[in-house]
Design a protein around this ligand. Structure first.
Ligand code: UD1
Length: 363
C-alpha cells in the first residue's frame, strides 16, 4: 500500500513522526513523505525533522507564506502533479493547517482515498481558519482518526458514517511520551537563567490575538502585571514578532524586566521548558493537550477550544483575551487553586500503532 504522508507546518511534525516510524515497521506499507513548505524557516521546520528523527521529505513543494487563498491554491496545484505522478493508494494528512485541507481536496477530486489524523475537533468558531480546514477535510476524508470521543460525536452529528470513524488516541502525545524523559533531564530553562517551577511559558500566534492592535494591547497589559509576580519566557512566532514591531509594542516588551523573549525553540527544548514551567499561557491547540498530559496548569488565551477534553479532564482553562481574566487566571494558579489533570483515554503513546494497524487491515 503506497501512502503519501503530508506535512506542512510546525504543529504537523510531532503528529507525523510516530506515524512514519510505525509505517516503516510494517512490511505492507510503503510511505512517501511530502512537505508542502508552508513553514520553511530552519527554526520552524528543519529542526523538528532532526529532533524527531523524521525521514527527510521525499518531495518538498516549497510553497512558503502567502494569503490563505494563494497559499491553498499553490499547494493544490503542486500537489496535484505529485498525485498524478505517484498514484498512491492513500493520502494521509494530519491536523488542521492549510496544507491539510488543500492536499485533501486535491486528492479526493482525483479519486484518491484520504485518511485524516486528528479528525472531528470543532471549536464552532468559523472565524478561525483552522475550523474551516477541519470541516472541509473531515467532510471529504475516508478514514477519520480521532483523539477523543467528543470528536466522534461531532462527526456523527455532521452525518459521517460510523464505519469511517476510528477513535485511536493522540499521535502528538505518542511523541511527547517518547521524548519526555530526555526533555526532563535537559533542563532547558537553565539556558535562560530560570529556576524549575518558577517561570511561566507563553506562546501567542493566533491571528485573532496578534493581528488586532487592541486585542494584543489587552493581552500585553495582562503580561505586564503577571511578569511582576513570576518571570515569563516567550518563544516568539514570526507572525507575532512582526506585529509587535508593526503596532509599536517593542518598547513595552523591552521594558518588562521579567519578560524573556526568545527565538522559536526546537521540540526537545520546548518540551523541557513546558515540563519545568509553573504554568503555560497559550493560544495554541497542541499545548492545551501537552500540558494536560504533563499536569501543568494551562491558561488558554481564547474564547473557545476545539479540545474540550483538556478542560473536562485536563489542566486547561479558557481565559480569552480580557486583561483582568488573564491576570485572575494566573493568580489562581499561583495561589495553588487548580484542577489536577487526568490523562484522557488512549493518550498512551500507541496511537500511531493503532492507525497503521487499521490501514494494514483495510489494504
Ligand atoms: C499556521 C497554521 C496554524 C498553526 C501555526 C503554527 C494555518 C491556517 N495556520 O499558522 O494553524 O497553529 O501554523 O505555527 O495553516 N513565517 C515565517 N517563517 C515560517 C513560517 C511563517 O517567517 O517558516 C511567517 C510568515 O511571515 C507568515 C506568518 O509567519 O506570513 C504566518 O505563517 P502561516 O503559515 O501563514 O501561518 P501561521 O500563523 O504560522
Amino acid at each position: 500500500m503506497k501512502i503519501i504522508n503530508v506535512v506542512g507546518a510546525r504543529p504537523n511534525f510531532m503528529k507525523i513522526a510516530p506515524i512514519t516510524t510505525a509505517m516503516e515497521n510494517q512490511d505492507r506499507l510503503n510511505p512517501i513523505l511530502v512537505h508542502t513548505g508552508q513553514h520553511y524557516d530552519a527554526g520552524m521546520s528543519d529542526v523538528f525533522f532532526r529532533d524527531l528523527q523524521i525521514p527527510q521529505p521525499d518531495i518538498f513543494l516549497n510553497i512558503g507564506s502567502d494569503s490563505h487563498a494563494r497559499q491553498t491554491a499553490k499547494i493544490m496545484i503542486a500537489f496535484e502533479e505529485v498525485l498524478i505522478r505517484e498514484k498512491p493508494d492513500l493520502v494521509l494528512t494530519v491536523g488542521d493547517v492549510n496544507s491539510t485541507m488543500a492536499t485533501t481536496l486535491v486528492a479526493v477530486k482525483l479519486g484518491f482515498k484520504v485518511a485524516h489524523v486528528e479528525a472531528g475537533l470543532r471549536s464552532r468558531d468559523r472565524t478561525m481558519p483552522e475550523e474551516i480546514n477541519r470541516l472541509v477535510t473531515d467532510a471529504l476524508a475516508d478514514f477519520l482518526f480521532t483523539t477523543s470521543q467528543d470528536a466522534d460525536e461531532n462527526l456523527r452529528r455532521e452525518g459521517i458514517a460510523d464505519e469511517k470513524i476510528f477513535f485511536v488516541g493522540n499521535t502528538m502525545i505518542d511523541t511527547l511520551m517518547k521524548y519526555r524523559k530526555t526533555a526532563q533531564v535537559l533542563q532547558a530553562h537553565r539556558q535562560f537563567g530560570l529556576k524549575s517551577n518558577n517561570f511561566a511559558l507563553l506562546t501567542l500566534h493566533r491571528p485573532s490575538n496578534v493581528d488586532d492592535h487592541d486585542v494584543f494591547r489587552s493581552i500585553l497589559a495582562a503580561l505586564q502585571k503577571i511578569q511582576q509576580e513570576i518571570p515569563i519566557l516567550f518563544p516568539i512566532h514570526p507572525r507575532t514578532e512582526k506585529n509587535i514591531e508593526r503596532f509599536g509594542f517593542s518598547a513595552d516588551f523591552n521594558d518588562m524586566s521579567n519578560m524573556h523573549y526568545i527565538q522559536p525553540q526546537n521540540y526537545l527544548n520546548f518540551l523541557s521548558l513546558m515540563i519545568h514551567s509553573r504554568f503555560v499561557m497559550t493560544d495554541s491547540g497542541g499545548l492545551q493537550e501537552e500540558s494536560t498530559v504533563l499536569g501543568i496548569p494551562c491558561l488558554t488565551l481564547r474564547k473557545n477550544t476545539e479540545r474540550p477534553i483538556t478542560i473536562t479532564m485536563g489542566s486547561n482553562k479558557l481565559v480569552g483575551n480580557d486583561t483582568e481574566k488573564i491576570i485572575a487566571g494566573a493568580e489562581q494558579i499561583l495561589d495553588g487553586q487548580w484542577q489536577r489533570s487526568q490523562i484522557p483515554p488512549l493518550w498512551d503513546g500507541q496511537a500511531a500503532e493503532r492507525i497503521t494497524n487499521i490501514l494494514v487491515k483495510s489494504s
